[in-house]
Unconditional design. Sequence first.
Length: 254
Amino acid sequence: MPYGITDYERPSVAVDAAVFGVDDHKSSTMDEKILKILLVKRGEEPFKGMYALPGGFLRKNETADEAVGRELAEEAGVMSSKLIPLRVYSEQGRDPRGWIISAAYISLTNTVQLSTAHNSDAAEAVWMAFRYEVTGGSERIIISSDETALEIIAENGRVIKNDLPFDHGTIIYEAFKKLQDEVKYHDIIFDLMPELFTVSDLHGPYRMILQKDESMQAFRKRMAPKIEETDIYDDTTAAHRKSKLYRRKIIREE
């Protein structure tokens, strides 16, 4: 019997993006770089007013890659970023509106100034601090701003507490675990950095993502083959001794 497209029920298809960036954090004792994640406040039901991942539905004749790029531009003003496919989420009941599957992505970018298009279904886009910690057999993610604190808890690789709508807690958890692998094995940490950075800028997010308590001296030695020194100094800090700026070393294959 020949295939007919109307012979099968069809789900709606959406995209979601876990967008990570690195930004300055100033405390009373030191300045450091911290990991952040981009969330949007939902402007429509379901879950109106809650913070969620940016995303939306595919339009006709649009690829998933094109859709996630469009949604990031509309909902947050993020015009260019590195996109890494994560996986498709199709579990039953993941969306109260019906049968909706989502192609999820990891996006890496500088913490650019955000904007939300007037015709977007998001009310606003915000960068929030992202913290990951392991206690006993539990993994805990805390996403926070001055006004908001959201928690995701996982045990045995499965999310058991999710303060975000839909299955976005699971997407964020799995996106971060993949980010850990990419940083460890593929040096993707550089995609979170501006073109020029200090070794300290690189060190802070690296330690947090991999939960690796490595001294600055050891880290600098290990990174030496991958970075190159410039003649430019960091003039954004009030420290007595300015830090030199580095860039990623481009290794050209012969």
